[in-house]
Design a protein around this ligand. Structure first.
Ligand code: PA5
Length: 428
């Protein structure tokens, strides 16, 4: 596996913030039932998302676009909201230190951000993707209209198809698809049965990943490995995904956890924390259920959130994802360090420090009795992030099953989208 999950600091016979193994038994049993359901769904091919990691459909077309764009453009603008953007952002973060076009995800409707793009980027050297499953999200439609027009005005509208695509569902009267047809831009199909926040392993995440120079086959391989392990694991105690789902729900229901903190000590997983936040919140926050996901970044949030985590209310449970950075990065020059004050920095690298900071944060929380689980990863590559995507999507699906909510809809958000359209129509 591309990661290991350590749950030892979630259990204790004495500490009431954690579970004693015996009383957790009923949650394990529920999780085992949920895995049986998932195994059946997978075997019968009933969930599109679970079929995706093995498929290579579309790869050739996406690769053709990506290699032309990587050669011809210095900047790529990606338009889309929520699940249409966060998966791509998390993937592109894996390749951010590699040469290639700069990726700009304009996932906020803010006019300031769009103005920045229009003022700073060169339209002749910029390509754009607009992503919306429904094709009806007004923010994406508005941004696409502006950006495509800006590109077309610069290079000639007859050339727009060379540097713009949309990704949207192939359905009738889809407004983004119709817009693309009018502008003579290619539409790539957004899978119909996969919602935005579960779409990272589709063209939605993988086209931006290719543009960042990533190996998308490895992303899917990592995901497939975790999927297989989850559905075929013989022992529920060793089923990382099922145990994670059971603990999340059990901490919410029995230990008063109102918030789930996901703290990453891995630079390339900062955006992943944001992706997970949306996945968890929008999938589970229903019918009075759900914990508030709170992404945190090590070491940044040691200097912002840690005090609260340690001495604030015991209403959180903690997940760490920690990369082994020991020996990596620059060595710290010792020549100005006073031996009597700073000897601990001598002969250390920045990676040593980063790792030690993560270790001490985890240990301090554990010593305070907080419930903590820790993922260990060797590094953040395509296989690893593919595995983590699948882990957390399955964990969310199983948690939804335990809570009895539908992971795949977002009825309350949809009514807000309708109201925005209503207000815009009535605006003077
Ligand atoms: O995860 C989801 O379903 C949502 O966050 C959507 O991705 C978001 O609302 C954008 O929707 P659409 O892709 O239809 O524009």
């Amino acid at each position: 596996m591309t990661y290991t999950q350590n749950l030892s600091a979630c259990f204790s016979d004495e500490n009431t913030q954690r579970f004693d193994r015996a009383s957790f038994g009923r949650w394990r049993d529920k999780a085992a039932e949920a895995v049986d359901w998932l195994r059946e769904v997978y075997a019968k091919g009933e969930m599109e998302l679970l079929k995706q990691p093995k498929s290579r459909d579309g790869f050739d077309d996406w690769r053709t676009i990506a290699s032309a764009w990587r050669e011809n453009y210095t900047d790529i603008v990606v338009l889309g909201a929520g699940g249409a953007s966060l998966g791509g952002q998390s993937l592109c973060a894996v390749g951010y230190d590699q040469p290639g076009p700069r990726m700009h995800f304009l996932d906020n409707l803010s006019p300031t951000k769009l103005n920045w793009a229009l003022n700073v980027l060169d339209p002749e050297a910029t390509a754009a993707i607009a992503i919306s499953k429904s094709g009806a999200t007004s923010q994406t439609l508005a941004q696409a209209s502006v950006i495509f027009d800006w590109l077309g005005n610069a290079v000639g509208h007859e050339h727009l198809f060379e540097q713009a695509v949309v990704i949207t569902e192939n359905s009738e009267a889809n407004p983004l698809r119709l817009l693309a047809e009018c502008a003579q831009i290619i539409s790539l199909d957004h899978p119909k049965e996969i919602g935005g926040r579960f779409s990272v392993l589709s063209v939605v995440g993988l086209l931006p990943a290719l543009l960042s120079g990533l190996d998308i086959e490895a992303v899917r391989k990592g995901a497939q490995e975790v999927l297989e392990k989850t559905v075929h694991c013989q022992s529920i105690k060793e089923n990382s995904v099922a145990m994670g789902a059971a603990l999340s729900v059990a901490f919410e229901k029995e230990k008063g956890a109102a918030s789930s903190v996901l703290m990453t000590y891995a630079e390339k997983l900062t955006a992943f924390g944001q992706w997970h936040r949306q996945l968890w919140a929008e999938s589970l926050g229903k019918d009075g259920h759900g914990t508030t996901p709170s992404p945190a970044v090590g070491t940044v949030d040691q200097h912002s959130q840690l005090q609260l985590y340690l001495e604030g209310p015991a209403d959180k449970w903690f997940t760490f994802i920690r990369e082994d950075t020991r020996g990596q990065g620059y060595g710290i020059p010792g020549k100005w360090l006073q031996p009597d004050q700073l000897d601990y920095l001598r002969n250390r690298t920045l990676g040593d420090m980063f790792f030690a900071e993560g270790q001490s944060t985890i240990e301090t929380l554990v010593d305070k009795g907080r419930p903590v689980r820790v993922f260990e990863i060797d590094g953040v590559d395509e296989m690893t992030i593919g595995g983590l995507f699948m882990h957390f999507m399955l964990e969310t699906i199983l948690a939804a099953r335990l809570l009895g909510v539908n992971a795949f809809d977002q009825p309350a958000v949809e009514s807000g989208k309708k109201l925005t359209r209503h207000y815009l129509r009535g605006m003077n």
